[in-house]
Design a protein around this ligand. Structure first.
Ligand SMILES: *Cc1c(COP(=O)(O)O)cnc(C)c1O
Length: 376
């Protein structure tokens, strides 16, 4: 295989570099800052960073992991992860088998699932569950007004043990924090002082901006990966993902010539252009057509014309010394310049969460340091 001489990596058309030490730093910093248990959210393949290596890296720091689906939980168990794994969203009665088999911790949001789980769970070793309380997000959970009654009904199911109680905030990343107080008040109405249950509420935005939401454990996702969900930045987080591609073709086009589908860009004078081997088929947003930027040789260069499925075109400056095969940074640092996930998301009219989780399977994920098994 052709080797990149500098870092001895096999030649890759487009790839991400995941800095696992940055993720570990972020988790440790969040834990120190809050002083609470850490439920590390690694759903959606750890926000595009790789669920198994990220979970292995965080195993010594996290008290529990959280995923969105039963399949995501199974993937971690099959990789040898032994810490508790919470499933954040409602599961269906048809999924009770694997939940018990792989020792996953489901969240309970309705009676039908709880009853079905109790049916098949062994009575000898009680299956731990967390009760999801709907306090106003209105996408899952038991309504706060019915929670106390629901909890006493759950006590009649001998195979289940309610280990935790949680809710999710709808507006923690917004400037107006008034609805947070409403949700916290509703949530507090179902808590009792002498309860042993693990209580958790705070997503990343609440970790950073709403200390009264920290309770027994915090439940951050985005901030583990070094990205701030809002303007509050009380701790230093390190971005963990760099996204790179390569130049595949270089040319100079005459004045008046167009570029890419629809010829939406027209050269105002003879212009040097470079094709970059990245497109929406790699999860690079088509919304960046004519508005995105990349780093080439440590300089910002604009995307001109439409982003295609496999490639995009950027405008070069006459002073640029570039060659086919050179690395282009889509997200991350090159020289003194940096393009943040936030900047890309803003230009694409979306949020960092979507940019990260859309990075496609054609983009090879690499790790620094090399991923190692940390589960012991
Ligand atoms: C995704 C999710 C989180 C983590 O949210 P971030 O904003 O990424 O910190 C926490 N709790 C629930 C229920 C979630 O769905």
């Amino acid at each position: 295989m052709q080797q990149d001489k500098k870092n001895k990596m096999p030649y890759l058309r487009a790839y991400t570099e995941i800095d696992l030490l940055a993720i570990r730093h972020n988790a440790e910093t969040i834990k120190r800052y809050t002083g609470r248990q850490l439920i590390a959210v690694v759903k959606a393949d750890a926000y595009g960073h790789g669920a198994v290596p990220v979970t292995e890296t965080l195993h010594p720091v996290a008290d529990m992991f959280a995923v969105a689906t039963v399949e995501e939980g199974i993937e971690l168990r099959e990789a040898g992860i032994r810490k508790p794994i919470l499933i954040l969203f409602s599961c269906l009665p048809a999924q009770t088998g694997p939940i018990v088999e792989f020792n996953l911790t489901p969240s309970i949001g309705d009676w039908g699932f709880a009853a079905a789980l109790n049916e098949i769970a062994p009575e000898t070793a009680s299956t731990k569950v967390h009760l999801n309380v709907n306090t106003g997000m209105n996408r899952s959970g038991v309504c706060w007004t019915e929670t106390l009654q629901f909890l006493s009904k759950l006590k009649t199911l001998p195979s289940l043990e309610v280990e935790g109680l949680f809710t999710h905030l709808a507006t923690a990343d917004e400037v107006d924090k008034s609805f947070i107080s409403v949700q916290l008040k509703r949530f507090s109405s179902v808590l009792s002082d002498n309860d042993e249950k693990k209580v958790h509420v705070a997503n990343s935005a609440a970790v950073l901006a709403v200390p009264e939401s920290h309770f027994d454990a915090v439940r951050p996702g985005l901030s583990l990966y070094g990205i701030y969900p809002a303007t509050e930045k009380p701790i230093l987080l390190k971005p963990a993902l760099t996204w790179k591609a390569r130049i595949g073709w270089i040319s100079t086009i005459s004045e008046g010539e167009g570029v890419s589908y629809g010829l939406t860009y027209k050269a105002p004078y003879p212009v040097s252009v470079a094709m970059v081997q990245i497109g929406y088929g790699d999860g690079y947003p088509r919304a960046l057509s004519g508005t995105g930027e990349v780093l080439i040789g440590g300089m910002r260069r604009p995307i001109i014309g439409r982003v295609c499925m496999d490639v995009s075109v950027v405008q070069l400056e006459p002073s640029d010394k570039v060659a086919i095969g050179d690395e282009v940074v889509l997200i991350g640092k090159q020289g003194d310049a940096e393009i943040t996930v936030d900047a890309v998301a803003q230009r694409a009219g979306t949020i960092p969460y979507e940019i990260l989780t859309q990075i496609g399977t054609r983009v090879k994920r690499t790790f620094r340091p090399v991923a190692h098994n940390n589960v012991d």
